[in-house]
Design a protein around this ligand. Structure first.
Ligand SMILES: Nc1nc2c(ncn2[C@@H]2O[C@H](COP(=O)(O)OP(=O)(O)OP(=O)(O)O)[C@@H](O)[C@H]2O)c(=O)[nH]1
Ligand SMILES: [Mg+2]
Length: 376
């Protein structure tokens, strides 16, 4: 008797041309030793009669091995949420997901299960690691689309770079891991659910293994991807991590702007109280803004960064970074305006942009560094 039971979730909408062959291939696979496999089809009342084919296949060929669930059409995200709920009511050790359109090859399933055998809590079928493949004839627009989606997931969503493949629906996950993921908490109708899951997988301390897969273009039927899913995708990405690079950058800019105001107010105050406009008041105002920025970067911009060096070391480093920034501003202005004749405001603006970028880089790399060990 098999020790390990896998259940493959296949969401379907109008997959009448694919589903019989797909299920047949999945349910007759040669699996690693000790494994058995069943399938759960989540069909959203496909008008092309997908469910009827599934029912007949279950009755005639694979009795007790195909679980058909149906729902109304609410998109892939909702279909997966319902399917996970349903899957957990059975007694399988590992829950898998894959597309019905042969984009994911049943022949890659055994490798995902082997990864679980080797100790992974989650195995992810990946196109973007060595050995993984996308079709040679894949249109550039599709390649760009997945690349942008991945960049958004990382930049806006802060999804860990531990995982290369964020937009796939080809995974195997241990029941205990799936039970820990609050997959119903996300409002996802479209494929945005994939980055939610990618983030959940990498932020729960699971052992994750990526397995190279060969991805293929849909063979039969038509695509269901919709433009409104793109907006939802951004919304989900934005909601994932308070600490994503994009949010951190926005906080960094906000603090920087407030520091400029503090700088000017201080200068005004010093002139008022001392009656002097000597460079010393500019120096004091600059120091005040550096202290101000330092305080708010610590309390606000990088609030989640674990403390792994003393405050005083950070402050000294921040002073250093500020000096570098100012030198860059002055240098850029001098080169662009004085030597190359660039319009003075533009020269100054480019200097500010460069100084900001470098300051941000130094801040994240040397001052408010993330300790990876703590983050896990
Ligand atoms: N139950 C259910 N399944 C869906 C829904 N939308 C898509 N699917 C299924 O989810 C899987 C992936 O959808 P696809 O239409 O292939 O999306 P895609 O891979 O981004 O696009 P193409 O491969 O180009 O068509 C397929 O098995 C679909 O049948 C839905 O609203 N409900
Ligand atoms: Mg597809």
């Amino acid at each position: 008797m098999a020790k390990n039971k896998a259940l493959v979730i296949v969401p379907t909408y109008n997959e009448a041309k694919n589903i019989e062959r797909l299920l047949t291939e999945v349910l007759t696979l040669k699996l690693p030793k000790g494994w058995s496999i069943d399938a759960l089809v989540m069909d959203d009342t496909s008008p092309d009669g997908t469910a009827k084919i599934v029912k007949k296949l279950e009755k005639d060929v694979f009795p007790g091995r195909i679980f058909l669930h149906t729902g109304k059409k609410e998109g892939l995200g909702r279909a997966l949420q319902r399917a996970f709920d349903a899957a957990l009511t059975y007694n399988h050790d590992v829950i898998m997901t894959m597309d019905a359109d042969f984009s994911h090859m049943p022949a890659d399933i055994p490798q995902l299960l082997s990864a679980i055998d080797d100790g992974a809590d989650v195995a992810v079928g990946s196109r973007y690691i060595e050995g993984g493949m996308i079709p040679g004839n894949w249109p550039l627009s599709l390649i760009i689309r997945t690349r942008i989606a991945t960049a958004v997931a990382r930049w806006v969503g802060g999804v860990s770079d531990e995982l290369h493949e964020l937009t796939t629906n080809f995974r195997a996950i241990r029941r205990e891991a799936l039970e820990k993921i609050k997959y119903n908490d996300v409002q996802a109708n479209g494929y945005g659910i994939q980055i939610f899951l990618a983030n959940a997988i990498t932020s729960n301390g699971f052992r994750v293994t990526e397995v190279p897969i060969t991805f293929r273009s849909r063979v039969h039927g038509s695509s269901k991807a919709r433009t409104k899913d793109v907006l939802e995708f951004f919304k989900i990405a934005y909601s994932l991590n308070a600490d994503s690079p994009a949010k951190q950058t926005m906080r960094f800019v906000a603090v920087g702007l407030s520091g400029t105001v503090v700088n000017l107010l201080m200068l005004w105050f010093l002139e008022r109280t001392t009656g002097s406009t000597l460079p010393i008041i500019s120096f004091v105002a600059i120091q005040a803004s550096i202290l101000w920025n330092f305080m708010w970067h610590t309390l606000f911009t990088f609030r989640k960064t674990s403390e792994n060096q003393s405050m005083i070391v950070r402050l000294i480093r921040y002073e250093g970074a500020s000096i570098v920034s100012q030198a860059l501003m002055l240098g850029t202005y001098t080169i662009l305006n004085y030597l190359l004749g660039v319009y003075f405001l533009l020269a100054q603006f480019l200097g500010i942009a460069l100084a900001f970028t470098v300051n941000y880089y130094l801040s994240t790399k040397y001052i408010w560094t993330k300790s990876r060990l703590h983050a896990r």
